[in-house]
Design a protein around this ligand. Structure first.
Ligand code: 5AD
Ligand code: FES
Length: 357
């Protein structure tokens, strides 16, 4: 195993067989080695700065029915909401004052947000804060929509592939959702010029080590600027209510291996990681992650953006979340950066137009 670890550090990749051996090995010492190596690589590129993104969960209405997700359309128990443009702008105002220079607008696949409406939101945020990066996380849409959002000022797009194994994908999603279409969206977003983020859940029902390795190899081929992963956590009003959650240990190991395979990527320590363990996000940073995403959504709707049970930060105001994370990071020798936080090799360059089409 030592040889494999050494190879991974030097070549930043391994073949499938070696990755399977690595990911299947439950040794805590191996996890600790991987975390140390990943943290070192991260510090070489990004120092001890941790980037922040202000998360605005602007709609929990969703036309999809993913079996794991609490905001799936079949969940009749959920109170549905959407924020209008003015409410979203109020979140960005508050966030800007708190030092955020990138906003993530995340929502379910909500047909009320037509291309015109969402484009207007992006344009309004961009006009107000031209120095901020705008990240969209709004699921699968026609390429034309993606192009219009980009032209209106969106810079980045988060779309997790969820699992790179097509057969596994079909067990997590209803029939009408197509893994090939989802991947095609990721390639289209990259071709348009977005900094793209993808990712997957660790420990989703039916996931095997082989599936996990397919995720690692898919990400290596895609070369995304951002990689978001977190443990699967069951939601009481979904078909997966009785499934076991993903573990802290396996999620941390995935973060470390992803860092070693993608040294310059932006990797968040996610809310889901902070939900399965009170110090999950700190441990994520120490295992190679370098981004945190404090919540800027109005407290009145926080609880309704219920992807999984016991989600943290549902009662805290934006400033409280930011201060809480700043304190947590300080404790582990990290400082929150007031910066757009572009991945190395990405972001605006002097004199170059960002519009490629
Ligand atoms: N547990 C963990 N993560 C989840 N997501 C959705 N439902 C769950 C769950 N039950 C993740 C998906 C999605 C992201 C926004 O949240 O990976 O892409
Ligand atoms: Fe939200 Fe700690 S980050 S309360």
């Amino acid at each position: 195993m030592e040889k494999i670890l050494e190879q991974l550090i030097i070549y930043q990749t391994l073949d499938r067989e070696a990755l399977v051996r690595l990911m299947a090995d439950p040794s805590p010492a191996l996890g600790a080695h991987l975390a140390d190596a990943a943290r070192k690589v991260c510090e070489e590129h990004y120092g001890t700065a941790v980037f922040t993104r202000g998360l605005i969960e602007f709609t929990n209405c969703c036309r999809n029915d993913c079996l794991y997700c609490g905001i799936r359309r079949s969940n009749r128990k959920l109170h549905r909401y959407r924020l209008d443009k003015e409410q979203i702008l109020a979140c960005t105002d508050q966030g800007y004052a708190l030092g955020f220079r990138t906003f993530v607008l995340q929502g379910g696949e909500d047909p009320w947000f037509t291309v015109d409406r969402l484009e207007a939101v992006v344009a309004a945020v961009h006009a107000r804060f031209p120095d901020c990066a705008i990240t969209l996380s709004v699921g699968e849409r026609p390429r034309e929509d993606y192009e219009r959002f980009y032209a209106a000022g969106a810079d980045r797009f988060l779309l997790r592939h969820e699992t790179a194994d097509d057969a596994h994908y079909r067990t997590l999603h209803p029939r009408e959702m197509d893994p090939e279409h989802r991947k095609a969206c990721l390639y289209a977003l990259q071709a348009i010029g977005y900094q793209v983020g993808t990712g997957f859940m660790v420990g989703s029902p039916g996931q095997t080590v082989e599936h996990l390795v397919s995720d690692l190899l898919f990400i290596q081929a895609l070369q995304p600027a951002m990689i978001g992963i977190g443990p699967f956590i069951p939601h009481r009003d979904t078909p997966f209510r009785d499934q076991p959650p993903g573990t802290l240990k396996q999620t941390l190991k995935c973060i470390s291996v992803l860092r070693l395979m993608n040294p310059k990527a932006l990797i968040p320590a996610t809310t889901a990681l902070g939900t399965i363990d009170p110090t999950g996000r700190e441990q994520g940073i120490l295992a190679g992650a370098n981004v945190v995403m404090p919540n800027l959504s109005p407290v009145a709707v926080r609880g309704d953006y219920s992807l999984y049970d016991n989600k943290i930060c549902t009662g805290e105001e934006a400033a409280e979340c930011r201060d809480c994370l700043a304190a947590r990071m300080k404790k582990i020798g990290r400082t929150l950066a007031v910066d757009r936080g572009d991945a190395i090799g990405y972001g605006p360059k002097a004199g170059e137009s960002r519009h490629r089409f």
